[in-house]
Structure formats: C-alpha cells, structure tokens
Design a protein around this ligand. Sequence first.
Ligand code: CP3
Length: 359
Amino acid sequence: MMIEASRVPVDKPLPGRKALIEVLNNAQPWRRPVWFMRQAGRYLPEYQEVRRRAGSFLELCDAPDLACEVTLQPLRRFDLDAAIVFADILLVPRALGCDLSFREGEGPVLSRVVSAEDVGRLSRDGMVGRLGAVYETIGLVKASLAPHVALIGFCGAPWTVASYMIEGGTSGDRPHARRAAHERQPWFDALIELLTETACDYLARQIEAGVDAVQIFDSWAGDLDDGLRQRYCETPIRHIVEGLAARGYGTPVIGFARGIGAAHRGFAEATGIAAISVESSVPVAWMARELAPALPVQGNLDPVAAAIGGPALRRAIEHLVHTMPADRHIFNFGHGVRPDTPPAHVAETLRIIRALDRA
Ligand code: CP3
C-alpha cells in the first residue's frame, strides 16, 4: 500500500503554533517541521568565532550566554522549526565525576569506568545541579525564540553514554562496552541503571527550564543484538519515558536509536516514545509504510548529500518529501550535519523543502 504524501501548505507562521510540537502531538501541523541534528556547529563560521572566544568546546558549553548565542545562530540563517540547546551528551558523565576533555581532531577523552569500584565512585548527589549551565542556557534561548520555533532538550541514552565511559572516548567499535553487555556484568547493569535515573532527572530539569520536547540520542544502539537491545536500549529508554510521565510531564520524547534498521518498529513500541528518528540507511518507503502510521518519523536525509549539494541533494530531498506525509514527518538528517557542509547547501535544503510543500 502506498501512502500518499499529504500537503500542508501555509506560508506564514500562525501565532503560537509550533509545527514540530503539532506533529509530535499527532495533530495537523501548519507546515512540515524541519530541523537538523548538529545544526549549531563547526560548519558555521560564526560558531568557530564564538568557540575561539570561549577558548574550547567545553568552556563554550559552560558559558550560558555563549551557548545561547550558538544555539540561535542557525535560526538566524535558516527558516527552521526548532532550536536544540547547545550542550553535549558527555556533560552527564562529567557531572557524575568523570574527567572529560576534547582533544583537537581526536574527539572526547574520558576517564574510564570498568569495574564495580569505578561505578561506586560516580556520585549522583548534586549531579543535576552541576549541569546548571544547561538549564540557564535553556532559559536564555527560550526568551529569544520566535513563537513558532520549538526548543528541544536532549540527553544521551544510557547505552551510548556508558559506551563512551567504558571505552574512555571514541574507540573503534566499542569492544569493551559490548563485551560487558554480553557478559551482563553486574557493574555494567549498575552503570546502566545509574545512567537511566540520571537521564530522567536531567531531562525533567530541562523540561522545568522550558524545553518543548526532548530527544534521547542512542547513537550506538546498532551495536546490540535483539536480546541486548531490549535489555540495554529499549528497557532503559522506556523507564526514562515512563519516569517523565510519572512526574506529570506530557513533553514529547523523540527517540534516536541509530543503526537498528528494521528494529525501529519494535523499538518504538517497546519504549513508548512520541516520535522516532531514523538513520539514512532506512528505506524511506518503509518508514512511510511501517512507521508513520504508528508514530511521527524524523529523518533521514543523508548528511553527505547536504555536503555535496546540487542534483544529489535535490533528488534526495524530493524522494523524502514526496514519500513521507507532511503531517507525520519531521524533516531532518539521518545523523548530524557534517563539518564540511557549506551553509549555502543547508539554506538550499530548506528552500527546496518549502517549495515542494507549497507546490
Ligand atoms: O546542534 C546540536 O545538535 C546540539 C548540540 C549537540 C552536540 N553534541 C554539540 C557538539 C548534540 C545534540 C550533541 C550530541 C552528541 N554528542 C552525540 C549524539 C549524537 C551523535 O552525533 O551521534 C554524541 C555521540 C556526542 C559526543 C561527542 N561530542 C563526540 C563524539 C564529539 C566529537 C566528534 C565531533 O563531532 O567533533 C563531540 C563534540 C561536539 N559536540 C561538537 C559539537 C558542536 C564539536 C565540538 C567542536 O569541536 O566545536
């Protein structure tokens, strides 16, 4: 069965209507919402400038006025439907007591957690308070956003954050973390449980500070087989979703379990997320047929197409917009914007989407 891409053509934002939130609430949006993972970052010269001024990436995350500024930068250039608070998933392990640094060209470096003693040293007390700069940034951004732009908060999923803590940063295909998962090491289970509770507290505080939706990034979910995915991705994320609901928050949760392919459908059901974000390798017709009837789908333009531009970019956008119904789709990339993406290609992406939706 082919689902016909419905059209939602409106030219001007209606007061107070946020298209992203309308889609997340399964309502008819005033237009197809668009935002991009890593829409703030190194591909923007004005980001590079502020980062130089801050001194480093972490100092930038810790300075709410500068973090607010870089959060807003892409909104000044592009007609987007959401801002995402500028921070990083690894601020949580740092707040738990891990050393964290970002080395030029190397990515993050963390002190490693590989035993019950290491997990025991992590301190949850005061953890949520140590992330105060993030809530302050949210407050500042919130005060300057146009009323039709939603603000997204986020955290890393327990499995993905644990994998960085166990490996001590970015490392090949995460052999130590995967081994600990297969062996169901008790210290590993304790770490996942700690990160689950922490993520719930952290997202609750972001919601209190003013975000309209939250996204949980499980960037390495594709590492795990059925049994481990259920135990270490689906169950913890379901606990986070249920934890927020139990505290009375109706804020929609977007889940991004990158690389799980056909398991997205079961993942959505098992976790109770409001919308699912999908990587670029998932067939768009399958997203429309198998996912969109159940929940809104975010994705999944190949970030490489945006870096290249031209006919490759146009073809990929047309395929998505023509296949995904506008009222069940949040246009995004399948992963973050690449640093080698010319900003003009991002502007072009928005122009093409808006023109197709008006046609
Ligand atoms: O615009 C946005 O999306 C908001 C900010 C944001 C950042 N990181 C800023 C950032 C978000 C949502 C993240 C999430 C994040 N961080 C993830 C999950 C999404 C994904 O990409 O899979 C992960 C795994 C991390 C951990 C992380 N942070 C790594 C591995 C790296 C180094 C690699 C890289 O891209 O440089 C970072 C650094 C980082 N986080 C940068 C930014 C803008 C680059 C820092 C810089 O050099 O200026």
